[in-house]
Every structure is written in C-alpha cells, then in structure tokens.
Design a protein around this ligand. Structure first.
Ligand SMILES: Cc1ncc(C[n+]2csc(CCOP(=O)(O)OP(=O)(O)O)c2C)c(N)n1
Length: 551
C-alpha cells in the first residue's frame, strides 16, 4: 500500500467524517485516496485559512476533532491567522499537509513551515519515513484531543508515493489510547474555604465560562445560584447558555448594560466556573471591586486578567465541584435571597434599551434596531454566529432570544473569520444559521459564499455595512486622528451574494430588513442581506472604552 493510502485509511479509522480543504501538489494523492471512502464528506473551499476556520467551527459544534487539508508552503502560510485563532479557542483540529522535496531549499514553494506553524502555537508533526506515517496520524489525533489545539501533520512529498506495510484492518485509532478527560475531584480543604466564602456572602454572582458549557455543569451552576440567591452571568464565549434562567444577567464585562454593571459592582462574592476571568470578563479589573472570588477550573492554577490570584482557587471538574459545594451548603442549611428579589428582576428586565440618541443619516438604519428586528424575526432554531468588529456589540448585546447556538468568533481578535466558521458550524448542525459581520470583515472571507452556495447551506449572511472600518473610525475620532481615513466605498454585497450562487438584498430601512429576513426564511440556500447602517451610532463598549463615557 502507498503511504498516502495508508494515511487516508488511518484518518478514516480515526473517525474522520468531513474534510475541509484546498488541493495542491502536496495533498492531492491523500485527497484522492480519502475521497474513495463513502463515509467521508470532502468539502473543497476557496482559501486555506477559511478551510481551517470551517474545521474549527465544525469541531466547536461537534466536540470532535476537525479535519482540514492544505498543500505545503503557500497552503500553510495562507492558513496562519486561522491557526492562531484555533489555538486561542483551544479547538482540536488535525491539518493534513505535505512538505516540499527534501534537500531542495530552492523549490519555489519551500518555506520553513515548522517555524511558521510553531509561531502560531499549533503543534507540528512530520512523518520522515514511510513506516512512521500511520503512527504519525495516530499521534496527531491523540495530541489534538489531549492538547485541545490544532496539530499540523506533514506527510512529505518524498514519501507519499512510497510503499509501506500498513494494514487497513489493523490500524489502532488514538481513541483506544486516550479515553478522554477525567473528572477531577476537588480538594476538600479548598471546598471548605469556598463554602465559607460563599456562606458569608450576601450578594453573590456566578459566572459560567467555556469550561462549564456542558449541560451537567450548567444545571449544577443554576442550582447553586438559586440556593445562594446569585445573579448568573456568562463570559462572552458562553453567551446564550442560560437563555431561560430568570436571574441571568447576561455577559459579564463591557457588554453589560449600565444597570447590570452596577449590580456586578455591588457584589461581595464571585464564583467563576470554567471561566478564566480574563480582562474582558472583569472589565480590566473594575467590575467586581469588593468581591471575594472563588475560581474553579480544571487547570492547576490560573491568575485572573488583573494578574491577581482568586481568594480561593479550586482545581476541579466544573460540574463535580459545583455539586460538591452545593451539597455542603445544603447540609449547612444555607439558602439566601441575595439578588433574587422583584426589584432586581425589574432591573434585569428593563436594563436592555440603550438610551443613547444618534442622528441616523438618510438611506441608513440604526444598527441597534437592525439587531432587534433580526432577533424578533428569526426563530429560535436559527443559530447566530457573530464575527469581530465595532458592529458586533449590537447583535451580542441585543440578540437575547434563546437559540440553538450563539457563537462569537473573536478568538484572535481577527476580523474576517465569521463566515467561514459559520459554514463549518452549518455543515455540522444542519440547521439554518445567521452570520453577522461588518463590511470590512466580509471582504476578507467573502469568497466562501461560493462554498456555502455549493453546499446549499441555509445561511443568512448579514453584513452590517457602515462603508468603512467602524472600529477604526470611532477609535480615530476618540484619539483626534482623521477618521475619514477609515472609510471605503462599499461594493454591492447583495450582488456578490447572487454572483456566488446564492441570493442577495440591500436593506436601507427597517422594513427592508424584515422583508429580507422573510425572503431568507422562505427560500433555500445562502442569502446576503447588506444592511446599510449608520456609523453615527457608537456602541456601548466603544463609548465606555474609547470615549470614557459612563453609559
Ligand atoms: C485581520 C485583521 N486586520 C485588521 C484588524 C483591525 N480591525 C479591527 S476592527 C476593524 C474594522 C472592521 O470593519 P468591519 O468589519 O466593517 O466592522 P466595523 O468595525 O465597521 O463594524 C479592523 C480593520 C483586525 N482586527 N484583524
């Protein structure tokens, strides 16, 4: 058997269901070999970075190892931003690639790709002999799962066509070696400390993060919060998990409305579960000035975003640790009203509306109203994927309906990652999706509308189009620089939607938006809704962080 066939077989035995990728000299043999397996869906994309972002979205949704394939050299370099983003979001993906011929540094596609990959924080593995190739696949999947990050697997061009003694039936997949993460039971003494802190608190807040997104952990967090009268908040990543909780106060950080921030500032105890408490979650350290902090995570120890250690750090599995704390409090007969009063409920229910007034120019809409209509009109089975940019605060803060999923693609602070992530998520979930990006971000991954149309994905791609880089426009205004440097004429994105094989509509009024959403829901395949938004409306986080307004 040829190495490329043995490697393809090994990928299949590892459970590969979908491959996102782009072919070249380096991976075409492997691509041909794995395409022969009926159980594997091959998805050809238009850009390597987008292919990896799709595998990231797919892995994020399924909790399985995503698979992507690119050619060596330029295939690798084009993928680097997405590699960093997948590293930062702790997403396991195996990227099957190649290497230009050995001892040929003059090869036109040669690059020191180990160093390129190393700089992104991803792992790199290379099979230097035919006999190691299958083992390399096993190690790549093993490490991707164990280390929860992308692993680039190079099967060099020189060995792909060589014979190896791989046996199709004998491949031992990595899953037989790694039985998954274990529940880490917390230390008794730490639990006692935590229970003392929580028992003494009067107004506690529970924050649920990435590490507590499993149903068991959420249920345990809600039960504890109820017992101790806590407000319950999420990190940005975990937004949408607690849609049905009455005392859910939304996201902890600069995305909170003023009245909710005030509640956070008054708290005397924070219980963070699977949340790193980075600077965004604690708003640079200003959000919980008087709180004692109980910090629960599976990492041995974490410092918070303000470089401080929590008052009580517990290494432990989210669900198990919270259940233990809740049981201990129950034994002590602890129940509190805390924040769970009618007055607080009223604050939570009325905290939403941004009182800021801005002049809305002709032919544009207020982006806050646009987000509100999207939330009202799109049913709960439509998941939401939001890219990065100034616009993102509007859907993040305003779209509150409990939904199949809310995913914010912001892992490396890079624009232009939203559409590709949404396509990967759409392939995984098979449900209709809304993806929201700005016009700047859209221009960085718009070619993937072609992939979405080919796949027939039911994807509404809303471009909140302020004809420029809104983030820079507002920052430059705040810093006394010339904001006009951040403005660009916009192309016709609705036309682009049609050209790439989907549908498209421009919206310059709230009625247009409603009609566009109805058109999307009634039809099939992707659709672009190019919403012309007023750039006069500055988001709440930007008013706070850039213009120092107390809003
Ligand atoms: C890859 C990358 N390039 C540049 C930036 C800097 N940047 C941050 S936000 C932004 C503007 C994005 O414009 P758009 O997508 O239209 O969203 P808006 O801010 O206008 O809402 C830019 C250029 C970045 N974060 N990532």
């Amino acid at each position: 058997m040829k190495v490329s066939e043995a490697v393809a077989n090994a990928f299949v035995k590892e459970g590969t269901e979908v491959v996102f990728g782009l072919m070249g000299d380096g991976n075409m043999s492997w691509w041909s070999a794995i395409s022969k397996y009926a159980q594997v869906r091959m998805i050809a994309v238009r850009d390597e970075g987008a292919g990896l972002a799709m595998a990231q979205g797919w892995a994020r949704y399924t909790n399985k190892v995503g698979v992507c394939s690119v050619t060596h050299g330029p295939g690798i370099t084009r993928m680097t931003t997405s590699l960093v983003a997948a590293v930062r979001s702790h997403t396991p993906v195996v990227i099957c690639t190649s290497k230009t011929p050995f001892n040929s540094e003059n090869h036109i596609q040669f690059v020191e790709q180990e160093r390129v990959v190393g700089a992104t924080g991803a792992g790199y593995l290379e099979a230097l002999t035919p006999s190691f190739a299958e083992n390399a696949v096993r190690q790549a999947f093993y490490r991707a799962r164990l280390e929860s990050r992308p692993i680039v697997l190079s099967i060099p061009h020189d060995i792909q066509a060589e014979e190896c003694d791989g046996d199709i039936d004998d491949y031992q997949p990595s899953g037989t070696m790694y039985a998954g993460r274990q529940h880490i039971r917390p230390d008794r003494a730490r639990l006692n400390e935590a229970v003392n802190i929580i028992g003494a608190s009067k107004r506690p807040v529970v924050i649920v993060g990435r590490g507590a997104m499993e149903p068991e952990a959420i249920e345990a967090a809600e039960r504890l919060a109820k017992r101790i009268g806590a407000l319950i908040a999420t990190t940005l990543i975990a937004k949408g998990l607690l849609g049905n909780s009455e005392y859910c106060a939304g996201i902890s950080g600069l995305f909170s409305p003023r009245a909710v921030m005030q509640l956070y500032q008054e708290t005397d105890c924070v219980i963070a579960i699977g949340a790193s408490l980075n600077t965004r979650t604690i708003a640079g350290g200003h959000l919980y000035p008087n709180a004692r902090i109980v910090h629960i995570d599976i990492a041995p120890h974490l410092l918070m975003g303000n470089e401080q250690a929590a008052d009580c750090y517990i290494q432990g599995d989210a669900a198990a640790t919270i259940q233990d704390i809740d049981d201990m409090l129950e034994k002590q007969g602890v129940t509190k009203e805390g924040y769970r009063t009618d007055a607080v409920l009223k604050i939570l229910q009325s905290a939403d509306r941004d009182p800021g007034e801005f002049e809305i120019g002709p032919g544009t809409v207020d982006p806050r109203e646009a987000a509100r209509i999207m939330d009202e009109r799109l049913p709960s089975n439509v998941g939401v994927v939001i890219g990065a940019g100034h616009f993102s605060s509007f859907p993040v803060m305003i779209m509150k309906k409990p939904r199949a999923l809310h995913i914010f693609v912001h892992d490396f602070g890079s624009i232009g990652q939203g559409l590709a992530n949404a396509i990967g998520i759409g392939v995984a979930c098979g449900q209709p999706l809304l993806c929201v990006e700005g016009d700047g971000g859209a221009m960085q991954n718009i070619q993937e509308l072609d992939t979405a149309a080919r796949l027939g994905l039911k994807l509404l791609y809303v471009i909140m189009n302020d004809e420029g880089f809104g983030a820079e426009y507002h920052m430059m205004t705040a810093r006394g620089l010339n904001p006009k440097l951040a403005l660009y004429r916009s192309p016709d994105f609705a036309g682009a939607g049609r050209v790439f094989g989907g549908r498209g509509r421009i919206a310059t009024s709230l009625e247009n938006i409603a009609a566009g959403i109805d058109e999307f829901l009634a039809g099939e395949g992707p659709m672009v809704l190019d919403i012309r938004v007023s750039r006069n409306v500055v988001s709440i986080p930007y008013r706070r962080a850039q213009f120092a307004q107390d809003v």
